[in-house]
Write a protein that binds this ligand. Structure first.
Ligand code: PGA
Length: 232
């Protein structure tokens, strides 16, 4: 069964949540909503799973403004998104910090969705594989547990541009090879970057794809309902 993960990012206000809860009704463990962490309690106790968009790696302590993996798990959160390109670019997270966060999350039973992806410059220089391998190697250093990988080309996020079906398929195969080599586990690999209710029909036909990480379209009720219908 494929996974559909919604990344709301820093969107929706308290007043939008009720409509979302009313209109997006899914009875499926493979649907994961990752709201702004403040709103997580509203999404718990539904017939789907809840994820958090970021955590710190320590269990507790003097880290003003942060949320720990154990706090998230104790609330009923099951998934965590780590290494998103916005965290890497805006908040300067690097692979070694992401590695610490992955460890902290696995220790606390959170399922990790690790985002990796190349920039447009790297793609045009034919460095995609090299970049992805470095991200995987450093983020998954000494990790021997299952981690879900989300392949999110940076140039595709929020741009309405996606790689071709063939490019995605080849890259997913490559990611699986690298992760098996590193962890001995065949990972689930999701695709993320401008997935919407129109391109989902084509993207969903990619042979080796295990699901999708969806940003912009996940906060549009009609779009996400169509995506759910197509994939789950
Ligand atoms: P997008 O975002 O679907 O809006 O391109 C995806 C993501 O950032 O995870």
């Amino acid at each position: 069964m494929k996974l559909v993960v919604c990344n709301f990012k820093m969107n929706l206000n308290a007043s939008d949540i009720n409509e979302y809860l009313k209109e997006v009704k899914v009875d499926n463990n493979n649907f994961v909503v990752c709201p702004t962490s403040l709103y997580i309690p509203y999404f718990l106790n539904n017939k789907y799973k809840v994820g958090i968009q970021n955590v710190y790696y320590e269990d507790k302590g003097a880290y003003t403004g942060e949320v720990s993996p154990s706090q998230a798990y104790s609330m009923g959160v099951n998934y965590v998104i780590l290494g998103h390109s916005e965290r890497r670019e805006i908040f300067k997270e690097n692979n070694s910090l992401i590695n610490l966060k992955i460890n902290g999350c696995l220790k606390n039973n959170l399922k990790v969705i690790l985002c990796i992806g190349e920039s447009l410059t790297e793609k045009s220089m034919h460095k995609t594989k090299e970049v992805l391998k470095k991200q995987l190697k450093e983020c998954l250093k000494d990790i021997k547990e299952e981690v879900i990988v989300a392949y999110e080309p940076i140039w595709s996020i929020g741009t309405n541009k996606t790689p071709t079906k063939k490019e995605i398929e080849e890259t997913i195969n490559y990611i699986k090879e690298v992760v098996i080599d590193l962890t001995d586990i065949n990972p689930k690999v999701l695709y993320g970057g401008s997935v919407n209710e129109k391109n989902i029909v084509t993207l969903n036909k990619i042979n080796n794809i295990d699901g999708f990480l969806i940003g912009g379209a996940s906060i549009k009720i009609d779009s996400i309902n169509k995506i759910i219908k197509e994939v789950l």
